[in-house]
Design a protein around this ligand. Structure first.
Ligand SMILES: Nc1nc2c(c(=O)[nH]1)N[C@H]1C(S)=C(S)[C@@H](COP(=O)(O)OP(=O)(O)OC[C@H]3O[C@@H](n4cnc5c(=O)[nH]c(N)nc54)[C@H](O)[C@@H]3O)O[C@H]1N2
Ligand SMILES: Nc1nc2c(c(=O)[nH]1)N[C@H]1C(S)=C(S)[C@@H](COP(=O)(O)OP(=O)(O)OC[C@H]3O[C@@H](n4cnc5c(=O)[nH]c(N)nc54)[C@H](O)[C@@H]3O)O[C@H]1N2
Ligand SMILES: [Mo]
Length: 766
């Protein structure tokens, strides 16, 4: 396969590794984030912003979607190393201005690593790349909008345009964007959620009637058991460790299910509590089940079979009253479960039977059970089945819709959940579309749009010609990097609304635009005055967010203003659309008033959102009101995946390092895993290494072979690691060229980023 020059220049020359850590946060984390801030941000700015992050009158952290406590916003400076790094990325003093683009051609920038691109700084001006040109050049906002409008109006069919969203976009911008895209005439609104928690939304809607979690922070504090499956909170949701610590201090127990022993799940030194740091922190996980990659269904079935066995002995393990009153499909479920062979489930899970028995004992004895999960569960061919099996376990124990219990999918991007609530989805239901049409007097199409993977294929096959990205780094975040790059290059126009330079600006259509936007931490002033926006956390709390820093450049527009400008340029001469887009840009209260008209749960939005504590959106599951097809919570039957591997093959899972935010690399280390200065690496079990004649630091080519296409990444370095045999770990996005475009969860089109069958070939270096 030809290399298209967009791959990641290798940055692992100085790779070193050590034993993985067994504790997280504490003093090294504080030190690390201060170092980071000092290097990239002017100190007064850094101080001002960090004192306002997640605070009343301040802005929502642009990092993850973990919520603030209920009765107040986060404690002043509630500490999160990675939140500080996310802020530093936005508040960086470095700038990518017009002179930068004059100096460096697209071709030259292509040879830079993703790390170097990102560290160049904030983009200051709208930039345009004309067909056949080597350099981006400055363009005015009106001209940029005109170019987009001309392209969109020139398409034969509005379905030839794709409008992607990454989950940082605030409620107001997302809602207006969705209204514009549908007024224009398409539902092609793929988003990062299509690669993230789509399986959670799908499975939870089917089984419980709402595609979101149903626990609060307080529930976690009072839970008796919290299971954390396929999630690495120490790195990706550090503030969750405080909630887990509270749960432990209240007498709760934690069960972790993960192929890797993640430091953040083992021990936590809360930086807000110096005495506890001195005493060595709090041991978090009581039972660590080191499951093999995609062994989760086997493991959950083994646990549920043990619950059935205990029920037969004591009669008080399965919550029959709850099941009778509130659920559907129990008998079919239990008959199917009993057909499973316990011993096969144990061996397929890869976990010791004794450990599984310990976990089942705990789950059988405790009533308040919460299950948290993230990408280790969802990014599988059987991602929907994984989530449904989690729900089955909760339903057996009646652990849904009561205090201290329930499902908790932990979301990624800081407003990914809000974007979906606002209508960023390729298949919003009729109830939403009809109200949207009413509110704006438009005619939304009813034809389902493309999710992310189908959108890539449509571009590849010439069925889509304009790509617009509201945030994100499409070419690097999506699967099958070579294929996706080719798809983007076939477009007539690619547009990216961005804060920072990334690879997607360099893998472009015939023409390309970069539209620079305000970060969450920056002040947004429109003609009616200083605006705030709002976001929804992973737990369904809507809060206001108000930037406090001066924008990095006078030429940045808010995402709302970009939507407004593009909508006007595209639709102004259409007789059937009479929306005054500029009025919404002038005053975001007007957008919120429309949201209130269209979306349930937002009554008195403008009033309630001004309360800095925010408000909870309604969630039937919390009161056992299940809005499913049966009106009850549905048990489901989920076949155990067959996990055979041919000789020499491995199961590769892709991971985030501690120093990255998705495709944004904060640094090149992965501190908790003991890895330094390396991104192109393969984590491998020591006995597997021995069997294959490999030692630490050896270079390998990694191949995946799917549907007759061999995909390869070259010169990855092997690092010995405590990971189950026949399982490998590599970093996202460097390993994305290996993820086949057609390897998806079929119900949701979610790419299978956590279970790619690969082979290794040793590279002999001279
Ligand atoms: N600092 C920081 N914060 C982030 C992000 C970031 O990149 N950096 N990204 C944000 C986003 S968009 C998201 S979606 C979340 C992601 O948050 P996570 O889901 O925690 O992120 P991942 O690194 O993808 O890894 C998931 C975990 O799943 C485990 N795992 C892998 N395969 C399997 C499996 O088959 N079974 C089980 N049980 N476990 C498995 C891995 O060992 C890893 O610990 O974080 C969000 N927050
Ligand atoms: N192999 C593999 N692939 C994966 C995953 C995996 O675990 N493994 N995870 C998947 C998941 S969970 C997700 S969510 C996706 C993430 O996919 P994306 O959301 O598309 O990717 P990000 O890296 O988060 O996007 C970073 C870019 O967003 C821009 N940006 C940052 N802040 C803002 C802002 O405030 N406004 C705007 N407009 N732009 C901004 C910057 O220019 C930055 O370069 O990747 C998916 N891909
Ligand atoms: Mo995500």
């Amino acid at each position: 396969m030809k290399d298209q020059g967009h791959r990641y220049p290798n940055v692992s020359d100085k790779l070193s590794w050590d034993e993985a850590k067994t504790e997280s946060v504490g003093v090294p984390a504080i030190w690390n984030s201060l170092k980071h801030l000092g290097r990239y941000v002017d100190m007064p700015q850094a101080l001002k912003a960090s004192l306002k992050m997640n605070q009343e009158g301040g802005f929502d952290c642009p990092g993850c979607a973990w919520p603030d406590p209920d009765d107040h916003r986060s404690k002043l400076g509630e500490y999160c190393e990675n939140g500080i790094k996310a802020l530093a990325e936005e508040a960086t003093k470095r700038k990518v201005d017009s002179a930068f683009f004059k100096k460096y051609s697209v071709e030259e920038l292509t040879s830079w690593s993703e790390f170097k691109l990102g560290k160049s700084g904030r983009i200051t001006h709208p930039m345009y790349l004309a067909e056949g040109e080597s350099h981006y050049q400055e363009i005015s906002w009106p001209d940029a909008f005109k170019k987009i409008g001309n392209h969109l109006r020139g398409l034969d069919d509005p379905n030839e345009a794709i409008f992607y969203t990454s989950g940082r976009t605030c409620n107001e911008a997302a809602f207006l964007y969705g209204a514009f895209v549908r007024a224009y005439g398409t539902n092609n609104l793929p988003d990062c959620s299509n690669m993230c928690h789509e399986c959670s939304g799908y499975a939870l809607s089917q089984t419980l009637g709402i595609g979101k979690g149903a626990v609060t922070l307080d529930d976690i504090h009072q839970a008796e058991v919290v299971m954390v499956i396929g999630q690495n909170p120490g790195t990706n949701h550090p503030r969750m460790l405080t909630a887990l610590e509270n749960c432990k201090l209240n007498g709760g127990s934690i069960i972790a299910i993960n192929p890797l022993k993640e430091a953040g799940l083992i021990n936590y030194s809360n930086p807000q509590k110096p005495l506890r740091i001195l005493s060595g922190g709090v041991d978090l996980t009581d039972i660590y089940l080191q499951v093999q990659v995609n062994g989760d269904i086997a493991l959950l079935k083994a646990i549920m079979l043990l619950l059935v066995e205990k029920e037969e002995m004591s009669g008080d393990v399965i919550d029959h009253d709850f099941i009778k009153e509130h659920t559907h499909g129990y008998n079919d479920f239990i008959n199917d479960l009993k057909k499973e062979d316990f011993n096969i489930c144990v061996s397929e899970s890869g976990v010791d039977e004794a450990e599984i028995r310990k976990a089942a004992d705990l789950i059988a004895r405790k009533d308040k059970i919460i299950i948290c999960w993230a990408m280790g569960v969802t990014q599988h061919e059987n991602g929907v089945q994984n989530v449904r099996e989690i729900v089955n376990l909760l339903l057996m124990r009646g652990a849904v819709g009561k205090a201290g219990a329930g499902p908790c999918p932990v979301r990624g991007h800081s407003n990914v959940q809000g974007d979906r609530t606002m209508g960023i989805w390729e298949k919003m239901p009729e109830s939403f579309l009809a109200k949207l049409d009413n509110a704006f007097d438009i005619h939304s199409p009813r034809k389902e749009g493309y999710a992310t993977v189908p959108a890539i294929k449509a571009m590849y096959n010439g069925k889509a010609k304009v790509f617009f990205g509201m945030g994100g780094n499409f070419v690097s975040a999506t699967p099958d990097t070579d294929y996706t790059a080719e798809a983007l290059r076939k477009c007539d126009l690619t547009v990216h609304v961005s804060t920072k330079l990334n690879r997607s600006h360099l893998v472009h259509g015939k023409e390309a635009l970069i539209l620079p936007t305000l970060g969450r931490s920056e002040m947004d002033v429109q003609s009616s005055g200083y605006q705030f926006v709002s976001t929804e956390s992973s737990m369904g709390i809507v809060q206001n967010s108000k930037g406090v820093l001066a924008p990095k450049s006078d030429h940045l527009l808010s995402e709302v203003a970009i939507v407004g400008g593009m909508a006007h340029a595209t639709l102004a001469d259409r007789n059937d659309v009479q929306v005054d887009w500029q009025s919404f840009v002038d005053d975001y209260d007007l957008i919120r008033a429309k949201i209130e008209e269209v979306i349930p749960g937002f009554n008195r939005y403008n009033e309630r959102v001004r309360d800095d504590k925010g408000f909870y959106l309604p969630n039937g599951v919390k009161v056992r009101d299940f809005k499913t097809s049966t009106g009850k919570a549905n048990f489901s039957i989920n076949p155990r995946p067959v996990l055979e591997l041919e000789k020499g093959a491995f199961r590769l899972t892709t991971l985030r390092a501690h120093d990255q935010y998705n495709t944004t690399l904060y640094g090149l280390d992965d501190r908790y895993r003991g890895i330094k200065n390396g991104r192109e690496i393969i984590l491998m079990n020591k006995s597997d290494m021995q069997e294959h004649g490999l030692k630490g630091g050896d270079c390998v080519d990694v191949n995946s072979n799917h549907d007759g296409v061999v995909r390869t990444v070259s010169n990855f370095k092997v690092v010995p690691y405590d990971i189950p045999s026949r399982c490998l770990g590599a970093y996202f996005p460097e390993a994305n060229p290996l993820v086949p475009i057609d390897l998806i969860n079929p119900e949701t089109h979610t790419p299978v980023s956590k279970n790619i069958v690969v082979k290794l070939k040793r590279v002999v270096t001279t």
